[in-house]
Design a protein around this ligand. Structure first.
Ligand SMILES: *Cc1c(COP(=O)(O)O)cnc(C)c1O
Length: 362
């Protein structure tokens, strides 16, 4: 039976990326060696890193004056690397969920970290807009897509943030919607994310940083935690996560070949609309996120109160039909279908058909 992977992360990758990664595990570019056993210093691997960086810049339209680096440690390490490198005294955070809160917690160890607004009282079902960004903050941190709650900063809300930030450096955790739509990179000082949601298998983290914002804090930064170390080292200061980085490069090739982020955005709009329409017209399910803040990447829905006892039954029904990973995060409950770039419209249609079939048989 064909399986459709709706996992939130690690998550679906393009089939050809998985196949090409498997080929490189068996024989890396006809060298007679596996990618698992080559030296990252060898002539073989440098071109991979160079191509990944160049493709990221090209596909995501990153202007001059920015560096792209690939590190280990996940998005979670960035929660402390960001304040380490950018926060002298004060920073500001928009609290839109668990990941934002974890980032904020780390910043508190470096000085005054202000929570400008939070939707915690509404279990993060919407993105707050009623706040100001303190203009004496060293940076303002946002999470563009809230993987757990299925909320995302729409283009309109991003525009509002670009205005609100004034002269403050904008920092974004883009773990779960990177490369899913065009972004006005020049509005940002730093963008980071774990690659395991839209780009690669787990193990590699991407960072896009405006060079001129670095080197401004007075504290000593440990070598490995200093962005400049990795910019100077070309992501090769120490051994990089070779295999996931190779897959990331392949995903970027795939994305470029398929029309870049512009075409990806069109597909993502169509996929999300298909599933949200199905949920909105359902008699048993209801979406959890406020409509204007709905994510195109993670679609969260629950059973209406009178159908709550069908929770396990629907999950079993969907799983038996090849729908993998549609369970909601434990803090939200219900269901979540992640529709990252590699998810096809056929996959979404299969889930919609499954939901409709379930409702018919009730
Ligand atoms: C998954 C996720 C993280 C955590 O990523 P790790 O690489 O596991 O540290 C952080 N932020 C967001 C928005 C996420 O979706």
């Amino acid at each position: 039976m064909k399986k459709y992977n709706f996992n939130a992360g690690p998550s679906i990758l393009p089939q050809e990326v998985i196949r090409q990664t498997a080929e490189a595990v068996m024989d890396f570019q006809g060298e007679g060696l596996s990618i698992l056993e080559i030296s990252h210093r060898a002539k073989y691997f440098q071109p991979v890193v160079d191509e990944a960086v160049a493709l990221m810049k090209e596909v995501f339209h990153i202007p001059d004056g920015y560096s792209v680096i690939f590190l280990g440690g996940g998005a979670s390490l960035q929660f402390c690397m960001v304040p380490y490198n950018l926060m002298e005294k004060k920073s500001a955070y928009l609290n839109t969920g668990v990941w934002a809160k974890k980032a904020l917690k780390e910043a508190k160890g470096f000085g005054e970290a202000v929570e400008v607004a939070s939707s915690a009282d509404a279990n993060f079902t919407f993105i707050p807009t009623d706040y100001e960004v303190p203009q004496d903050a060293d940076y303002f941190h946002i999470t563009t897509n809230n993987t757990i709650y299925g909320t995302e900063l729409s283009d309109a809300k991003l525009q509002d943030i670009y205005k609100k930030k004034g002269g403050v450096t904008l920092v974004a955790d883009m773990s779960s919607d990177v490369l899913s739509r065009p972004i006005d990179i020049k509005q940002y000082g730093l963008i980071y994310g774990g690659a395991q949601k839209n780009l690669a298998p787990a193990g590699v983290t991407f960072i896009i940083v405006k060079d001129e914002i670095l080197g401004k804090v007075s504290r000593h930064i440990p070598t490995m935690l200093d962005y400049r170390t990795h910019i100077d080292g070309g992501s090769m200061f120490n051994t990089p996560p070779v295999l996931p980085l190779y897959s990331a490069m392949l995903t970027l090739r795939w994305l470029k070949k398929n029309g870049g982020v512009e075409a990806a955005e069109k597909r993502n709009i169509a996929k999300a609309a298909l599933l949200y329409e199905c949920i909105d017209s359902s008699k048993i399910f209801i979406g959890t996120a406020k409509e204007a803040d709905r994510s195109r990447m993670n679609v969260c829905f629950v059973l209406k109160p009178e159908y709550q006892d069908l929770q396990d039954d629907f999950f079993k029904f969907a799983t038996e039909r090849g729908m993998v990973g549609v369970k909601g995060h434990r803090s939200v409950g219900g269901f979540r279908a992640s529709l990252y770039n590699a998810m096809t419209i056929e996959g979404v249609q299969a889930l919609v058909d499954c939901i409709k079939e379930y409702e018919r048989k009730l």
